[in-house]
Design a protein around this ligand. Structure first.
Ligand SMILES: NC(=O)c1ccc[n+]([C@@H]2O[C@H](COP(=O)([O-])OP(=O)(O)OC[C@H]3O[C@@H](n4cnc5c(N)ncnc54)[C@H](O)[C@@H]3O)[C@@H](O)[C@H]2O)c1
Length: 269
């Protein structure tokens, strides 16, 4: 494994499990110290099991087993004050900040006109406001440090395409794509790069069981929108982590304001 992040520090949200955990481990394997947060809490509108504090503890174990240093905290990205204070404490401990991965997110499914107020508001609060808070808390440190930096938002193929059965998720993932494009323009003068990553399905615990009946009902009309070009249903978390580790590295030093697909060819269909 190359060590592209020796002496560097990465701030990762939603790091208790799934992609966030894989990213924490990957950056640690490459030498970075990790500032990890996760809500480790139930969400009112999701139907899959939530991450737990034990999951976050397991991330700590895996990062340390990879030889990395980590501070991990149970923080909800919707709480800007707590998120900001946690990041500041992590930077105080590790001495700097280089990489920000706004990964935390939730998903639920319903036909657009049947999305409840609760589903809509929780999606917007977590997937847009939480991601905005992550960048808002981190960017002043990067500017002050004066050495550039890399911010990545985990969007989705749903951030570039009109997926059925999850219009609130699609709206949230399009919103962070727009947020990232605007931030990239503003932060270019500081050599801070801002990009979005767009996975299709990824094999994690974010399993949307309520999608099944809708896919069956609309099997010949809307379900094909979910099909990939490569003969694979879902990417592994390591596939996303390795693209983000590349995107934040000097190998991608000339890429900003870009939407990077890790989509099994889904967007090409
Ligand atoms: N799994 C997929 O198929 C897929 C596809 C495309 C994009 N994504 C996106 O990838 C990201 C990671 O998802 P995953 O697949 O690893 O799912 P996951 O549910 O396993 O992980 C998401 C993590 O984020 C945490 N989280 C959620 N809201 C939070 C908040 N407000 N504050 C702090 N932590 C919070 C959760 O507790 C969980 O640990 C999400 O943004 C998701 O929308 C997932």
């Amino acid at each position: 494994m190359r060590r592209r992040y020796e002496g560097k520090v990465a701030f990762i949200t939603g790091a208790a499990r799934g992609q966030g955990r894989a990213e924490a481990v990957r950056f640690a394997e490459e030498g970075a110290a990790i500032i990890a947060v996760d809500a480790c809490a139930e969400f009112a509108s999701t139907t899959y099991p939530s991450a737990t504090t034990e999951d976050l503890t397991e991330t700590v174990r895996l990062v340390e087993a990879a030889g990395g240093e980590i501070v991990a905290s149970k923080v909800d990205t919707r709480d800007f004050e707590a998120l900001s204070a946690t990041l500041a404490a992590g930077i105080e401990q590790f001495g700097r900040l280089d990489v920000v991965v706004a990964n935390a997110g939730i998903c639920s499914a319903a036909l657009s006109w049947q999305i409840t107020g609760e589903q809509w508001h929780e999606m917007i609060d977590v997937n847009i406001t939480g991601a905005f808070h992550t960048a808002k808390a981190a960017v002043p440190f990067l500017i002050e440090q004066g050495e550039g930096g890399a911010v990545v938002f985990t969007s989705s193929v749903a951030g570039l395409k009109g997926y059925p059965f999850m219009a609130h998720y699609v709206a949230s993932k399009h919103a962070i794509t727009g947020l990232a494009k605007s931030m990239a323009n503003e932060l270019g003068a500081h050599s801070i790069r801002v990009n979005t990553v767009h996975p299709a399905g990824v094999a994690t615990d974010m399993r949307i069981t309520e999608l099944g009946p809708l896919l069956e009902e609309y099997a010949t009309t809307l379900a094909p929108i979910f099909m990939n070009t490569l003969p694979i249903d879902a990417a592994d978390v390591s596939d996303i982590a390795s693209v983000i580790a590349w995107l934040c590295s000097d190998e991608a030093a000339k890429i900003t304001g870009a939407q990077i697909p890790v989509d099994l060819g889904n967007l090409n269909r």
